[in-house]
Design a protein. Structure first.
Lengths: 300, 302
């Protein structure tokens, strides 16, 4: 580093100094808001700390407790894992279908695009309150509509079998967010490819499987990772609507983390919980990244 | 594609176009039918997606008796516009929205001070260690935020900042990596000749940034402002953790505590919820081109 510095001309040195000056806010912010908290979290995960007294080193106890004698931890992990399994495919597939529709070359499509994206800009709290009202067992509009076709709707958020699917339905309403990202990917696919395929007699079905889907794999890959991280972080919906109930059937991991950290002030244990969640997210991301060589198509 | 295949390709495309023109009549009838089907389907789907919002609007205009009517009225028999006034009267909605607006303005100022400066250095200046620092900056984008919450909470509590807006504002003055990345990408598209010409004329680095680069970066700045608004207005977990008094809550947190705090009156709750999303909807309709552009280029989410 210093030898490169000496090799610089006075003008280049001046430019470098100006750059470091401009970067100062980011460097300070990086140390305070990234390096320090991550380091501290790793350390705190090995301690017992209730914020009043200084943290006490207890080695791996937090992690041992988590895996061997904490049923709530397993419940939170199960709920979150199940939710990922339900909502991730739902969002990826519905998002793609919606994007294919929005990509139809007909005039006025912008209006539809605007409409479908609205749910994605509304706050989680507002959406939660709204769906709570929509899914009321007796007076809710969803069960009313179902009754018109002779189906007796479930108790949704207030039934332990239906609560988690209800949260997934609610998050599927925001599918316009993924659709817009897919749409950008679709619009990057060259029209020549479709024209050539059409001339060769490929029907729309073939064109989708042989052109659209392979060329869209980078977008699908990107979405998979973003949505995965998002699904692991579900908090607002559970906090506002169900508080984790009924019978802990929507006890999401982040809700458990929040209660441990900011209601019970078991900061040491909560740090270990956060660290484990981060490791799960990182490991899954790395795994998907590893498999991507097999299924993601990159144009050379 | 080499030249020869390109030529054959063009020829066959032209041939296909000729065939299509010959069959124009039948083709256009089929095309119109296709249009009609597409519009019909899209309209039904769009209505289905809008039912939640329309139902919320309908509920907000009903009387206390009418919301429990069975079968429900889709359109309120006599719209109670007064419900909106009652919502403002019963709940500290105006207070919450002002708090949110304050946070939005403060965060926007923070990002506007920090982001252009940092992005300019990454995009235009040469300095040792640039690659490493840039990669570090990008990697922080990937990091899940929850791992930082506890140490930051304890840090802010040592600084006696719990219960104040500082923890919700300060970080923006150090630059959000998403915005820095967006800005870097944008500045790279501005021709370097402009900088160089200005430098020939004796302009300093800072003059170039604030007189040339920044005015040309309006589209990127717009995306930054729009997303800062959206994220700050909708943020829930952070204000929930850092704030303690009901009166200081932003609209997101305030709304979340309605159920526990007030008797449940769904018509007024829905009026309040609708009021809370109006600023976001207005912003969305005016800035949707930038918003959707930002999402498409960066994968940012609402």
């Amino acid at each position: 580093m210093f030898s490169t510095w000496r090799a610089l001309s006075p003008r280049a040195r001046r430019e470098a100094l100006e750059a470091y000056l401009a970067l100062t806010p980011w460097i300070i912010g990086f140390l305070i808001f990234t390096v320090f908290p991550i380091g501290a979290s790793i350390y705190l995960g090995f301690t017992q700390w209730t914020i009043v007294e200084p943290p006490e080193w207890i080695g791996l106890d937090n992690y041992v407790r988590m895996f061997t004698r904490d049923p709530l931890f397993w419940q939170a992990l199960k709920v979150t894992g199940l939710f990922v399994l339900i909502s991730l495919p739902l969002k990826l597939i519905l998002g793609l279908m919606l994007a294919l529709l929005l990509n139809l070359k007909i005039p006025g499509m912008n209006l539809y695009r605007t409409v479908f994206y609205i749910p994605a800009v509304i706050s989680g709290v507002a959406v939660s309150l709204m769906w709570m009202w929509l899914l009321q067992p007796d007076t809710g509009v969803v069960n009313t509509l179902l009754s018109y076709i002779g189906v007796k709707g479930p108790n949704w958020f207030w039934d332990r079998h239906w609560a988690l699917p209800s949260v997934a339905i609610m998050s599927a309403w925001k599918v316009g967010g993924s659709a817009i990202i897919y749409l950008a990917g679709l619009q990057n696919i060259s029209a020549h490819l479709y024209e050539a395929a059409e001339i060769d007699g490929a029907n729309p079905w073939h064109r989708f499987w042989k052109i659209t889907l392979p060329l869209l794999t980078p977008t699908i890959f990107f979405q998979l990772i973003i949505e995965l991280i998002d699904s692991f972080k579900v908090f607002t919906e559970a906090f506002v609507i169900t508080q984790g109930g009924p019978l802990k059937s929507t006890y999401f991991y982040m809700l458990y983390f929040y209660e441990e950290a900011f209601q019970n002030f078991n900061m040491g244990y909560a740090s270990a919980l956060a660290l484990l969640l981060t490791s799960i997210i990182l490991a899954t991301t790395v795994f998907i990244n590893y498999t991507s060589k097999r299924w993601v198509y990159y144009e050379s | 594609m080499n030249r020869e295949t390109e030529i054959t390709f063009k020829e066959s495309a032209a041939a296909a176009a000729r065939t299509a023109r010959r069959a124009d009549l039948g083709h256009s009838a089929r095309q119109w039918l296709g249009y009609a089907a597409a519009y019909g389907f899209m309209t039904v789907l769009a209505l289905l997606f809008m039912i939640p919002l329309l139902w919320m609007f309908s509920t907000s205009l009903k009387s206390r008796q009418e919301i429990f009517a069975w079968p429900p009225d889709w359109i309120p028999t006599s719209p109670q516009w007064f419900n909106y006034a009652s919502a403002f009267e019963k709940y500290p909605l105006a207070r919450f929205m002002l708090n949110s607006a304050f946070l939005v303005i403060a965060n926007t100022i923070g990002e506007l001070i920090s982001v252009p400066l940092i992005a300019f250095a990454f995009a235009r200046l040469r300095f040792p260690g640039k690659r490493i620092l840039f990669v570090l900056m990008l990697s922080t984008m990937m990091l899940p935020g929850q791992i930082k919450l506890i140490p930051l909470f304890s840090m802010f509590s040592r600084l006696k900042m719990i219960g104040t807006y500082w923890p919700l504002i300060l970080p923006s003055f150090f630059g959000n990596p998403f915005f820095i990345f967006l800005m870097v990408q944008y500045i790279r598209t501005i021709p370097r000749e402009l900088d160089e010409a200005a430098r020939m004329d004796g302009a300093s680095t800072w003059t170039i940034l604030y007189r040339i680069i920044l005015p040309l970066s309006r589209p990127a700045i717009t995306v930054l402002v729009v997303f800062t608004f959206l994220w700050t207005w909708n943020d829930f977990l952070q204000p929930l953790i850092y704030l303690s008094s009901f009166d200081s809550y932003p609209i997101s947190v305030g709304l979340a505590f309605f159920q526990g705090r007030y008797s449940v009156e769904w018509n007024l709750f829905m009026a309040a919820t609708l009021i809370s999303i109006i600023p976001v909807l207005v912003l969305y309709f005016f800035a949707q081109r930038h918003l959707i552009g930002g999402i498409s280029s960066l994968g940012l989410k609402g």
